[in-house]
Ligand binder design. Structure first.
Ligand SMILES: Cc1ncc(C[n+]2csc(CCOP(=O)(O)OP(=O)(O)O)c2C)c(N)n1
Ligand SMILES: [Mg+2]
Length: 334
């Protein structure tokens, strides 16, 4: 596989040391929030967990190109790394996980992973896979019609490209040269269905049929993803239209806390991908570049642990909404 993943060094992709450490911290925070979420689930406190583990580089590398609150984002349920980078918090994630009144996404109405923020232009997901693509294309059309310079990011897994919505959205975006970037986080499975039973041919090559570029990138290499996404967003901002990015990665957990993946994949396969863990890879890169050593690594890990402890404890103590509130903010008030 000839992936656009060859490291060019962070200087040549226009990133400073501070940028890299910010990316690293965000990837690690997403991972640690996720790990704590599973513990809360196993303790019987969180009903359902859907993980970002393994996909943090694809998410953070892409979102590092966005202007929070200016550009629009249609994340999918695994995109914790994107929403944390844009400004959502660990506390908000746990409040959402536990369905508490203060949940910033939906005040406890949506499932976990349905991120939403008016301030950050994060548009909430609907439960059917793939419906975000035409909506994102619509937002990109609005930017174009208003003559604004905003761009739109729409994300999904490889199986979300199998539905008609994805085709319609890409075709329309291609016809009108809309400022939208489609990020497909190809994590090799759709619940129990492996990629070869889900995807005919190649996802990124389909872009050619829509008349815009498609790139395949090593989704576990945060700098390679950053670079591919930077080119895509620059193109969108120049008014040249969409790009399809296929980030090849791996779902390191079961599909969700309700799924037993021992029934459909080998432990050795998971172990093989653990060797390519995007966070460990980035750590090595930072160490070799002289940006991280044992001491600073421990400092970052400790500050994330404090943040996760505080956030999960806060969310556990936080109240549920009153039953009377259940029907509020579901329909527009008459
Ligand atoms: C239209 C529709 N069909 C089926 C489902 C059930 N479902 C939820 S997630 C999922 C798998 C999606 O796989 P993929 O797009 O590869 O994303 P991943 O979960 O692997 O990140 C399925 C089939 C759904 N939510 N919507
Ligand atoms: Mg998948």
């Amino acid at each position: 596989m000839d992936l656009k993943g060859a490291r060019t060094g962070h200087g040549s992709v226009g990133l400073e040391s501070d940028d890299l450490l910010r990316m690293y911290r965000c990837m690690l925070l997403a991972r640690k929030v996720d790990e704590r979420s599973w513990i809360l689930n196993r303790q019987g406190k969180a009903a359902f967990v859907i993980s970002c583990q393994g996909q943090e580089a694809a998410q953070v590398g892409t979102a590092y190109n966005l202007r929070p609150g200016h550009d629009y984002v249609y994340p999918y349920y695994r995109d914790s790394g994107i929403t944390l980078l844009l400004g959502q918090t660990a506390r908000g994630q746990f409040l959402s996980l536990l369905g508490k009144k203060e949940d910033p996404n939906s005040a406890g109405r949506q499932m976990p992973g349905h991120y939403s923020s008016r301030e950050l232009n994060i548009v909430t997901a609907s439960a059917p896979v793939g419906v975000q693509y035409p909506q994102a294309t619509g937002s990109a059309l609005a930017f174009k019609m208003r003559g604004e310079d905003g761009v739109v990011l729409a994300c999904g897994g490889e199986a979300s490209t199998s539905g008609g919505d994805c085709h319609e959205a890409m075709n329309f975006a291609g016809i009108h040269d809309l400022p939208v970037v489609f990020l497909i986080e190809n994590n090799a499975y759709a619940i129990s269905v492996p990629e070869k039973m889900q995807v005919a041919g190649s996802i990124y090559k389909r872009a050619e049929g829509y008349g815009f570029p498609g790139v395949e990138v090593d989704g576990n290499d945060v700098l390679a993803v950053y670079e591919a996404a930077r080119d895509a967003f620059e193109r969108a901002r120049r008014g040249e239209g969409p790009t399809l990015i296929e980030a090849r990665t791996y779902r390191m957990t079961a599909h969700s806390s309700d799924d037993d993946d021992r029934r459909y994949r080998e432990r050795e396969e998971i172990e093989g991908w653990r060797q390519k863990d995007p966070i460990i890879r980035f750590e090595k890169y930072l160490e070799e570049a002289g940006l991280l050593d044992d001491e600073s690594k421990e400092e970052i890990a400790a500050s994330i642990k404090d943040e996760v402890d505080e956030a999960s404890e806060y969310a556990e103590q936080a109240p549920y909404a009153d039953p009377e509130e259940a029907v509020e903010r579901v329909y527009a008030e008459g």
